[in-house]
Design a protein. Structure first.
Length: 457
């Protein structure tokens, strides 16, 4: 049997009868027809659609593979990072433990000599003084600063407001010095000053009504004898009145950054609104020491005023600070000068400065008083504290021996006076005898309460 050559091997079907033969033109060429022609492969620009615009349905699993979204697990990543950090820390710790190095310690200097030089040039700061300079002192407020740059070395209630008493007179002197052109010019003491003083218990330097006094003598009378008449004379001349002068004092305090200070008078007489801090007064003393005349005034231990009709031989004045000790040496520190003050409300106050190995330090204390139940002589507790604090500081800075017993206590207990040390309204008295020099004593002969001896922590 003859095989049918029209069998479609591709499709497996027989052709349509009309498709048995291709149409032929008269010229022998195949004629066009609309028969079933093979479907052309969709062009690439169809974008998955049929020419009609309908989407091309591809069977599942054929054609291009679908893209899968990769999900990031943040918890897993953080966990991985933490594990890596822990491993690094463990490795560093093991390495340091094996090498014997402290991870917090810096590199050791290559040259020990360089280290020694830098230590000598380093200015002490509060964090470098690791002992309690103020243990066992009688004062309630205290501060030690570097006189050169004002660095606070140690403080005790240093910014707590208190009453400065006659330490106020440092500001009186500074304002006067900066506003008097000729300190050797003379000023006639008016009767109004003595009328004012008649109703107040304030100490005087000894100048009399209508006496012609030089401004230099008034300045010395203010610093050495804490004379109230000297303060008022300076105030009247410079400020026109005490009120005007006090305003100048407050303006100067603001200029110097004494933010916790307010003055009500020029004498230090007690007033609830007349206050300061040991820190502010240390700033004031540091500023004053830059003035040559102020430095001369505060370091002078004895001065005789010029001759007048009332005082042909002048008035001899003694610095109450220098009179309370027989030697300026305080365990390696040399006491250079200071201004004392006292009122019942303020207690004993002192602003002083001393030299240790050629470098100057300032100490200001407020509120020194006898502890309850103590038999300590209350004559000069503020100077007593100064001796102790300076001696401790000197021992710390120089590595010298710790002074025992308390040398300042010896001074306070062996000093005799002919009158009270300071008046009840903030000024020192006019006269005191020269104190006896401190003697070498034992712990049993002093009257220091237990726990007030010099100790280093």
């Amino acid at each position: 049997m003859k095989s049918n050559n029209n069998y479609n091997k591709q499709t497996g079907h027989m052709p349509h009868p009309a498709q048995g033969k291709p149409n032929v033109h008269q010229n022998g060429k195949p004629a066009p027809h609309n028969g079933n022609r093979p479907m052309k492969k969709p062009s690439s620009d169809m974008n998955g659609k049929m020419p009609s615009g309908r989407p091309l349905n591809r069977p599942q699993g054929s054609g291009q593979a679908r893209k899968k979204k990769v999900k990031i697990n943040p918890v897993g990543i953080l966990t991985l990072i933490m594990v890596i950090l822990i491993i690094i820390i463990i490795i560093v710790a093991v390495k340091n433990a094996v090498s014997g190095k402290d991870p917090k310690a810096g590199k050791s200097p290559k040259n020990s000599e360089v280290t020694e030089v830098s230590e000598e040039e380093t200015i002490p700061t509060q964090t470098q003084i690791d002992l309690d300079l103020f243990e066992g002192i009688y004062s309630t407020n205290a501060i030690v600063i570097d006189a050169e740059d004002g660095t606070v070395i140690k403080g005790l209630n240093e910014d707590v407001q208190g009453y400065p008493a006659s330490v106020t007179k440092m500001m009186t002197i500074i304002v006067a010095l900066e506003n008097i052109d000729d300190i050797d010019a003379r000023y006639t003491m008016p009767s109004s000053i003595y009328d004012y003083l008649f109703t107040r218990d304030l100490s005087t330097a000894g100048f009399e009504n209508m006496e012609s006094v030089s401004f230099r003598d008034l300045l010395y009378g203010t610093m050495l004898r804490s004379g109230a008449e000297c303060c008022l004379a300076l105030a009247n001349n410079v400020g026109g009145s005490e009120e005007g002068f006090v305003q100048m004092m407050n303006d100067k305090a603001a200029e110097l950054g004494m933010t916790n200070t307010h003055f009500m008078n020029c004498t230090g007489e007690h007033d609830p609104e007349h206050y300061s801090t040991v820190h502010d007064m240390a700033i004031l003393l540091q500023y004053g020491l830059k003035n040559e005349m102020f430095r001369t005034l505060i370091t002078t231990s004895e001065y005789t005023s010029s001759s007048t009709d009332q005082h042909p031989d002048g008035i001899t004045m003694y610095n109450s600070f220098h009179q309370t000790f027989g030697s300026p040496d305080a365990g390696g520190a040399t006491l250079l000068g200071g201004k004392t003050g006292f009122t019942t409300e303020a207690g004993q106050c002192l602003a002083s400065f001393a030299s240790i190995d050629g470098h100057e330090y300032i100490l200001v204390t407020f509120g020194a008083s006898v502890p309850a139940g103590s038999s300590v002589y209350a004559g000069h507790l503020h100077v007593d504290d100064a001796f102790l604090i300076y001696a401790r500081l000197a021992a710390y800075l120089t590595g010298g021996p710790t002074p025992t017993p308390r040398v300042a206590e010896t001074v306070a207990t062996t000093t005799t006076e002919t009158s009270a040390t300071e008046s009840a309204e903030g000024s020192e008295t006019s006269q005191a005898t020269t104190p006896t020099p401190p003697t070498t004593t034992t712990e049993q002969t002093t009257t220091v309460p237990e726990g007030t001896y010099i100790t280093f922590g």
